[in-house]
Write a protein that binds this ligand. Structure first.
Ligand SMILES: Nc1ncnc2c1ncn2[C@@H]1O[C@H](COP(=O)(O)OP(=O)(O)OP(=O)(O)O)[C@@H](O)[C@H]1O
Ligand SMILES: [Mg+2]
Length: 396
């Protein structure tokens, strides 16, 4: 007997296996889906459109508006736990899910601190966590008073909705500040911190409170966008690295985070200062796919399902990750061929996204012993994928 042809309705996992639902279908969801496969965990996403990065690769994708509690409740009905690829789900909708008994991880209460930079600063200050000096910035008088107590330049930040440096403005004086204030978002003002290096301490905390800390990494930003991540952070004394890991684990426990918590830090002459928090897999730990015993994506799944956590240690001497930004040129897949041929040791991750200038469309990771050479190789591969720029002479 032959089976009738047709479209099978999606079966997400074997009977008895848990299903994780992720709200949002960007690259973080796409890489989480990859991590679910070897664990036999079912994984589905709530996407805004069928063409989104994770929707392209996930069976059982649901299309709908993440801001609608009704859509979220429907989506959650097919999942054992619900987690997030971004922090944009409104608190009201999160609270409604919780009232309906949905296991959302992280919960609404800690997520609020990743959604709102003013609440984050208030809470971290209460917890005695070192932050840049800051104040609410409702108008020019408050910004000028803050600069008077500290100094120009200052940094103005949108309280909600910022990412990749959008929503962060460096203001040299009152005229700059007035221009930003005129844009209208709710703002805080921060001291412009003299940064020695930017670091990230990424940790995981499971639902029952087990913690695991990844090696502290250095992040390199340009124009507010993370370009390069070096694991472990070069030149960071072991006691400072351990202090950063302890701080991140303490923040995760004090805020009651479940899943990955990324703590972005400034290394300064006066010690470590927290820049911001993200409660989801984070760009600063993409290197862990090839470079750690357990990737951050697997770790996030383990944490939200309350499974024992995996070892977060480095599996290689060094890992370097460089983001691939859209260069605006078509022909990415032709360039991929050249990168593969030019350096077979480069691991390429492309997110299935339309290449728009400045948009993160992928990343590359290189692992090994010779850090300067790894940095060159990763930079070349990312730049070539982005722009098709020729390889500098003498480079791999
Ligand atoms: N107070 C500060 N002093 C000096 N530089 C700062 C300060 N705040 C932010 N920056 C710089 O701006 C970058 C972006 O800031 P921040 O991380 O707050 O913004 P974001 O757009 O929310 O970032 P993300 O993409 O990580 O969500 C930082 O990585 C840092 O380089
Ligand atoms: Mg940041």
């Amino acid at each position: 007997m032959t089976a009738a042809a047709g479209t099978a309705s999606p079966v997400l996992a074997a009977p008895g296996a848990p299903v994780v639902g992720m709200v949002g279908a960007g690259q973080l969801a796409r890489m989480s889906a990859q991590a679910a496969v070897p664990l036999g965990i079912g994984f589905r996403v709530l996407a805004g459109a069928a063409g989104e990065s994770a929707a392209q690769v996930c069976a059982g994708t649901v299309l709908g508006d993440y801001a609608s509690a009704a859509v979220l409740l429907d989506f959650a009905a097919g999942c054992d736990v619900v987690t997030f690829d971004h922090e944009h789900v409104p608190q009201q909708a999160l609270r409604e899910l919780e009232r309906a008994g949905v296991a959302i991880r992280p919960a609404a209460a800690p997520l609020r601190y990743a959604q709102d930079k003013r609440r984050m600063r208030e809470r971290l200050t209460q917890l005695g966590v070192p932050c840049p000096p800051w104040a609410p910035a409702p108008g020019p008088a408050e910004v000028a008073a803050f600069a008077g107590r500290h100094h120009w330049p200052v940094v103005l930040k949108a309280v909600t909705g910022g990412y990749d440096g959008k929503g962060v403005w460096f203001c040299a004086g009152p005229d700059d500040a007035a221009r930003v204030l005129a844009l209208g978002p709710d703002l805080i003002v921060e001291e412009h911190v003299p940064i020695v290096a930017e670091l990230a301490a990424v940790v995981a905390r499971s639902y029952s409170g087990q913690g695991a800390a990844y090696p502290v990494v250095q992040t390199v930003q340009a124009d507010g966008i993370c370009r390069e991540v070096i694991a472990p952070a070069p030149g960071l004394p072991p006691d400072e690295a351990a202090a950063a890991q302890r701080l991140a684990l303490r923040i995760a426990a004090d805020l009651g985070v479940t899943g990955i918590l990324a703590v972005e830090l400034f290394r300064t002459e006066r010690g470590l200062i927290v820049n911001e928090l993200a409660m989801r897999p984070h760009n600063s730990a993409h290197w862990s796919i090839e470079g750690a015993v357990t990737s951050q994506f697997e770790q996030h799944l383990r944490a939200v399902l309350n499974l024992p956590l995996g070892a977060p240690e480095l599996a290689v001497p060094h890992a370097v990750m460089v983001n691939v930004l859209g260069g605006g040129e078509p022909g990415l897949h032709d360039r991929l061929l050249h990168v593969m041929a030019g350096d077979p040791g480069v691991k390429v991750h492309l997110y299935g996204k339309q290449a728009r200038p400045g948009r993160k469309i992928g990343h590359v990771t290189v692992t090994g012993c010779d850090l300067p050479r790894l940095r060159d190789r990763a930079a070349w591969a990312a730049r070539y994928l982005s722009l098709g720029t020729e390889r500098p002479a003498g480079r791999p």
